[in-house]
Write a protein that binds this ligand. Structure first.
Ligand code: A2H
Length: 261
């Protein structure tokens, strides 16, 4: 964080079943056999085994951008604009001169997509869902956040709140109650670092910004400097060395790409 560009891993999380509102939105605009991906930006690619949902800001506007033959990404317009200049869109010899020239096929608020079913690279869960997160920033990353409640206090506080108030949020409770798999062992917080911190610090709401910022710092440094992988290709390795290997592996498989913001 701070000055200079942030280097993220952008993950391709594939749509497998549209929510009714999203199905209506894309009707006649996207081929039935197209591959459409939500693209969360993460700083912790080694945690992707533990994904349980994808968060969107319910009031943030997301665009569906055509990036290749029968291939689309869903991100904010701001992120699509950045991606265009990083050569991520196939038509990069025709750089857009203004944001209006981006290959936008449809757009809608995050709320449209809630309940959409997805297949996320490396996740232990076959299907995860789009869920709302009020604290998503429209001006950071892609505006799409992948939820890893085992290792992100923000994500854990959010899914706990969603499960508690499922009706209020208009979601199915079980979407917020997928099993949280342990993926990283740490000496201080065990194998579910974020839930341990959130409980220990008595954080009751995803809006408890001060406490969550502290928990996030503690979880991040403990996980990065002292964590060991419990799952995946690099099981048994220190997070410090596994992090980049997981990232490289995702990129090699075409499941992720580098994205600077
Ligand atoms: B991280 P930085 Cl397991 N709004 O990924 C709010 N949060 C956003 C965002 C946005 N527009 N875009 C990305 N993020 C989240 C995993 C993770 C993350 C874990 C632990 C900590 C963590 C799973 N969520 O981040 O402000 C994304 O969540 C703690 C820093 O650009 C992304 O990485 O430094 C991180 O915040 C980027 O935050």
């Amino acid at each position: 964080e701070g000055i200079g560009p942030q280097e993220y891993t952008a993950l391709k999380v594939k749509v497998t079943e549209w929510s009714p509102a999203a199905a209506e939105l894309v009707k006649g605009k996207i081929e039935d056999d197209a591959n459409v991906y939500f693209v969360p930006a993460t700083l912790r690619p080694e945690t992707m085994y533990g994904q349980t949902a994808i968060f969107l800001g319910p009031k943030i506007t997301y665009g569906i951008f055509k990036v290749g033959e029968k291939e689309y990404y869903i991100v904010t317009k701001r992120a699509a604009w950045n991606m265009a200049f990083q050569g991520i869109f196939f038509d990069s010899d025709h750089f857009p001169k203004t944001q209006d020239q981006l290959p936008l096929v449809a757009e809608g608020p995050g709320s449209t997509f809630i309940g959409t079913g997805l297949s996320a690279p490396l996740s232990v869960h076959e299907t995860i869902r789009i869920l709302p997160m009020e604290t998503v920033s429209a001006t950071k990353g892609t505006g799409v956040v992948t939820s890893v409640p085992s290792d992100s206090p923000d994500d854990y506080a959010t899914i706990a709140d969603l499960a508690k108030k499922a009706d209020y949020y208009g979601i199915k409770k079980e979407w917020a109650e997928l099993e949280i798999p342990p993926i990283i062992e740490t000496p201080t917080y065990g194998n579910l670092t974020a839930p341990a911190l959130v409980k220990q610090m008595k954080i009751n709401s995803p809006k408890d910004a001060t406490q969550l910022a502290l928990a996030k710092d503690l979880a991040y440094s403990e996980g990065f400097y002292k964590g060991t992988m419990l799952v995946g290709e690099f099981k048994g390795e220190a997070v410090q060395t596994a992090k980049d290997k997981v990232r490289q592996s995702l990129v090699k498989d075409g499941a992720a790409f580098a994205f600077a913001d």
